[in-house]
Design a protein around this ligand. Structure first.
Ligand SMILES: [Zn+2]
Length: 213
């Protein structure tokens, strides 16, 4: 089964993608991982991607799609895969569709993990991180034993810039402009499934399992 994950940044789609991958025995594919692997292995595509990144430019859609197609052509993807963070825009989705069609393939399901913006802002702004050891906490859901102090190494916990309300809102704006139109795109192809992402991640996964069965 070929699955695309949709959902706002912070909705928990990465977590769900990992759980799907593990449960169904298919690879969890994120574009970040593909970039890193190709650059590390010094592939031709990796070199091309790195040239853009070194200049501080975005990797063009066309190259991102080539990297992705190269990844899904590998043996471990024969039974399917979960795409996380791709496609991000309608043009990417269109190129992906066209390329998959060439081999008689298509996306079977697009799973939309739906969480209202205000919940995401609340979730993210409650996060606390230890910059020394990398441990992460949440003031409500995973509080440290002692307020503001890392359980693991005793360092002071901080609210990362990435988790600040304004940063989160900016990311959500970009998502609504660029990525949320994909919900409509996959809905028109009758493969869209929406789950309530405000539930506990285990419950969300139970709902996803029912859909994918
Ligand atoms: Zn720590």
């Amino acid at each position: 089964m070929k699955i695309v994950m949709l959902g706002a940044p912070g909705a928990g789609k990465g977590t769900q993608a990992s759980m799907i991958a593990e449960n169904f025995g298919i690879p969890h594919i994120s574009t970040g991982d593909i970039f890193r692997a190709n650059i590390k292995n010094g592939t031709e595509l990796g070199k091309e991607a790195k040239a853009y990144m070194d200049k501080g430019e975005l990797v063009p859609d066309e190259l991102t799609v080539r990297l992705l197609l190269d990844r899904v052509a590998q043996d471990d993807c024969k039974e399917g895969y979960v795409l996380d963070g791709f496609p991000r825009t309608i043009p990417q989705a269109e190129v992906l569709e066209k390329e998959l069609e060439k081999t008689g393939d298509k996306i079977d399901k697009a799973v939309n993990v739906d969480v209202p913006d205000e919940n995401i802002v609340r979730r993210m702004s409650g996060r606390r991180a230890c910059l020394k050891c990398g441990a992460t906490y949440h003031i409500v859901h995973i509080p440290p034993k002692k307020e503001g102090i890392c359980d693991v190494c005793g360092s002071e916990l901080v609210l990362r810039d990435d988790d600040k309300e304004e940063t989160v809102k900016n990311r959500l704006d970009v998502y609504h402009k660029q990525t949320s139109p994909l919900i409509d795109f996959y809905s028109k192809r009758n493969v869209l499934e929406t789950v309530d992402g405000t539930k506990d991640s285990k419950e969300v996964f139970e709902d996803i399992k029912k859909i994918l069965k």
